[in-house]
Design a protein around this ligand. Structure first.
Ligand code: PLP
Length: 395
């Protein structure tokens, strides 16, 4: 089996050829330490600045607002723990949602163990946060609101601008995890009144182990790593120049290609959803039809276990996920699907396909055909399905 159709781009993406070529010199000949004062090091200080500028251009902010990290998890940890630590005198209440990525959820749990109180906002059945619900949850001692820009499992895009407007007159900092959104939709922290924003290079065709945190002017976060003076003394350690350079290039490309990509992906996404819904019985789309990431298809199939279907599709050369790939391997059903009201059984039958700009109609057709076969075979081994479909036939 040589064919591989990669439909798990929310888990990670392929480094693009242009990014790869751009990174190569920094892995070999251009290895100078950006902190060194001779030219060979100084040149890499410029490399870091170029990457900072490329990212800032996409976010429509200034390069000094960008701090490099090792990825989305680190950015989320820094934003949440840094805010909690530096503002504990003002209050110890944090608001987030029940559908955040584990990088936020488990950081909140960590803070709860250290005496902070966390409100987990309920979302509707599409995974959408109602700003009014947030308004009601805000308190005088709320120091931080963390709401993701777009969900990694069901693709729901949150009304971040409306939330930012609401928070304008409240002293709480506003953090958004834009890991799945950056490069996929316009992400504009200054326009949205966002104070802190996380992103991850490997989600937009950059290298793994690269990420950044946007920090609005005037906000003072405590250092995340202690040591040297890198990242203006806030994140010590010799910079991963090649990865940062690659992420900067990937950001530049993502910003440039966004509009075309959204159109192309969204039409393929809708085609795939349409085929699945019309050709496969007993299924339901998870997440919204509108305000959904252009590459996300998440469907629950009744009478099957999603993990099993993922393994069977893998044997057909198709990579997809049965929930959040970051938590794959755990037998528990996704907290996101449970939060939008799915029963354990329906949540466990969920499969997520996430497309990219290179996905073709042929890839989608092949996937839907294999999916139909695999589901059919698998369901026929389920006595519940057999009696249910017999009952349906008799009617
Ligand atoms: N936040 C979201 C929404 C994610 O989807 C992910 C990864 O899937 C992360 C954070 C963690 O990012 P990273 O893998 O760069 O640590």
């Amino acid at each position: 089996m040589n064919k591989r159709i990669y439909l798990d781009n929310a888990a990670t993406t392929k480094i693009s050829d242009e990014v790869f070529e751009y990174m190569l010199p920094y892995l070999k000949e251009a290895y100078g330490n950006p902190s060194s004062i001779y030219d060979f090091g100084e040149e890499n200080k410029q490399t870091l600045l170029t990457a900072r500028k490329s990212i800032a251009r996409v976010l429509e902010c200034e390069p000094q607002n960008i701090y490099f990290t090792s990825g989305g998890t680190e950015s989320d940890n820094w934003a949440l723990i840094g805010t909690a630590e530096s503002r504990s005198e003002l209050g110890r209440h944090i608001i987030t949602t029940g559908i955040e990525h584990h990088a936020v959820v488990n950081t909140c749990r960590y803070l709860e163990n250290r005496g902070y109180e966390v409100t987990y906002l309920k979302v509707d059945e599409q995974g959408r946060v109602d700003p009014l619900r947030l308004q009601r949850a805000l308190r005088k001692d709320t120091i931080l609101v963390s709401i993701m820009t777009a969900n990694n499992e069901i693709g729901t895009i949150q009304p971040i601008e409306a939330i930012g407007r609401l928070l304008k007159n409240h002293p709480a900092l506003f953090h958004t995890d834009a890991v799945q959104a950056f490069g996929h939709i316009p992400v504009l922290p200054e326009k949205w009144n966002v104070d802190l924003l996380s992103a991850s290079g490997h989600k937009f065709h950059g290298p793994k182990g690269s990420g950044f945190l946007y920090v609005r002017d005037g906000i003072k976060l405590p250092p995340f790593l202690h040591g040297g003076k890198q990242e203006r003394g806030l994140r010590a350690g010799t910079e991963n120049v090649a990865a940062i350079a690659g992420m900067g290039k990937a950001a530049e490309i993502a910003g440039r290609a966004m509009r075309n990509r959204i159109q192309r992906e969204a039409s393929l996404r809708d085609y795939m959803i349409h085929r699945i819904e019309t050709e496969i019985p007993f299924c339901r789309l998870n997440g919204p039809r509108k305000n959904r990431l252009s590459n996300n298809v998440n469907v629950s199939f009744e009478f099957v276990d999603g993990e099993t279907i993922v393994i069977l599709l893998d044997m057909e050369g198709i990579c997809c996920s049965s929930g959040s790939a970051c938590s794959a391997g755990q037998a528990v059903s996704s907290h996101v699907l449970k939060e939008i009201g799915l029963s354990d059984e329906i949540a466990r039958g969920a499969i997520r396909f996430t497309l990219n700009e290179e996905t073709t109609r042929e890839d989608v057709d092949y996937t839907v055909e294999r999916l139909k076969e695999v589901l059919d075979k698998n369901r026929k081994m389920n006595p519940l399905y057999l009696s249910f479909s017999q009952m349906n036939q008799k009617r």
